[in-house]
Design a protein around this ligand. Structure first.
Ligand SMILES: Nc1ncnc2c1ncn2[C@@H]1O[C@H](COP(=O)(O)OP(=O)(O)O)[C@@H](O)[C@H]1O
Ligand SMILES: O=C(O)[C@@H](O)C(=O)COP(=O)(O)O
Length: 419
């Protein structure tokens, strides 16, 4: 069977989010982590492949070359069409990455037009008149304005895309989307005929995603969030239903590692601290290389990790003022240093027998997954929209990679109970 869709995801939580929506909307999906070895063999019957990169916040040229390498792998795997998955909050540095990667993929595929559709209404991300909303407020008024790596200070997707890319951006507005897939196709034709290279797609409801998925099902390259991914999977599979693998959780202890500083993760950490042993990372000791600090944290986790007790939580999660203070005092490299701390902690814990990791934050998840040497995942049941359990091919280690703002305040308790 042909690979119907090849996805290039710009971070790891984004990759699992996408893989989860593709699976529940009808495509048998495998997620690969990092640039796959060209010799990687896909399981029989794979209909969608998600290559998850850690390219969201690296310099734009690096993001482009990683994405082109992922495209080459997917082409060689025989993918019929491609999807560039980025965040539902359009996380990008001022220099872009979404624009330059989109341009490079279009050029490589010999195409001159695509869509821009980050919306994920089930998690409160909608687009109206080209402006991205998070819940009830425009993106630039949401917690994303304080993101430690990719602060978002504009909500206009047209302006954001124009600033990052070579071409210009048009809009297919909500009233056209409400009129159905045929009208959307016609409107896309008009935007393209007007000389634009990209069209932002207004999306206010899950029903819109079904319309939009149908409207772009013959595109060679689509860009956007997992919402459009789900709509496209539905169109491509002809409504084949849920293709998620079901499984019984394996034995062994679980730990929760939280490196996300989003508003929702702050609430989730506060709620879970009431229920389980928790340890705040002492960022100053960590960043000043305090001797023995890593070993202390490692020892603490192992002391508290038992299969029949609440899973311990280690967190760097902090309010925006504290994150800003850390960055000011220790420099921009502090984010990466905290990621690498979680990565080495996860590696040591896996070696000590921890079998299940709940990880919060996309960058943090990328670092942890890389450290665990995971090459790919099979996709399991959803804990919350956009957060499926995934099981590492080979080692069988199970992970829940939670995007910063996903899940409700009880997410960690729900996830660790279902582990
Ligand atoms: N207390 C802190 N001070 C400074 N940086 C932090 C702190 N806690 C986490 N970080 C860094 O902030 C970044 C958060 O990004 P990510 O893991 O993608 O989560 P999210 O996007 O949900 O905030 C990571 O690089 C992480 O190491
Ligand atoms: O689209 C989304 O919102 C997520 O899939 C995602 O990419 C989130 O990234 P992080 O907030 O960095 O976890």
């Amino acid at each position: 069977m042909a690979v119907r869709l090849g996805v290039i995801a710009d971070d790891f939580t984004g990759g699992t989010d996408m893989a989860g929506f593709l699976s529940t909307n009808g495509l048998r999906t495998v997620q690969l982590t990092g640039l796959p070895d060209p010799a990687t063999r896909l399981p029989e019957g794979t209909e969608a492949v998600v290559v998850s990169l850690k390219s969201r916040s690296v310099p734009a040229e690096e993001a482009v070359s990683m994405s082109l390498a992922a495209l080459a792998f997917l082409r060689a795997a025989g993918a019929e069409r491609y999807f560039f998955k980025y965040c539902s909050t359009f996380d990008s540095t001022p220099q872009g990455n979404i624009g330059p990667v989109t341009d490079a993929l279009l050029e490589e595929l010999g195409e001159d037009f695509t869509v821009v559709a980050p919306s994920l209404p089930v998690n409160g991300r909608t687009t109206y008149k080209g402006h991205l909303f998070v819940g009830d407020v425009p993106l630039d008024e949401s917690g994303m304005r304080h993101h430690p790596i990719t602060p978002m200070t504009d909500s206009s997707l047209v302006r954001l895309m124009d600033a990052q890319s070579r071409g210009t951006t048009g809009l297919v507005d909500a009233s056209t989307v409400a009129d159905g897939a045929e009208q959307v196709r016609a409107a896309l034709g008009s935007v393209r005929a007007a000389g634009h290279s990209y069209a932002v797609l207004d999306t206010v409801s899950d029903a819109d995603l079904v319309t939009l998925g149908e409207a772009v099902s013959d595109y060679r390259l689509v860009t956007g969030g997992s919402g459009l991914g789900g709509g496209l999977a539905r169109a491509l599979s002809g409504g084949a239903g849920d293709r998620t693998t079901t499984w019984v959780a394996g034995d062994g202890p679980t730990v929760v590692l939280s490196g996300s500083s989003s508003q929702m993760t702050n609430r989730q950490v506060a709620a879970y601290r009431e229920l389980a042993p928790s340890l705040a990372v002492d960022v100053t000791r960590l960043l000043t290389g305090s001797e023995g600090y890593r070993e202390e944290v490692h020892g603490w986790v192992l002391e508290h990790a038992a299969a029949d007790a609440p899973a311990p939580l280690v967190y760097a999660t902090a309010e925006p003022e504290e994150v800003a203070r850390v960055q000011q005092q220790h420099g921009p490299g502090s984010s990466a240093a905290i990621e690498s701390f979680f990565a080495s902690l996860a590696r040591e814990l896996a070696a000590a027998g921890v079998r299940r990791f709940v990880v919060a934050g996309g960058e943090t998840s990328g670092a942890v997954t890389g450290a665990l040497g995971v090459t790919g995942f099979e996709i399991g049941p959803q804990i919350a929209p956009g957060v499926p359990w995934v099981r590492a091919l080979g080692s069988g280690v199970e992970l829940a990679l939670k995007s910063g703002n996903f899940g409700d305040p009880d997410f960690f308790a729900t996830a660790t109970r279902s582990a």
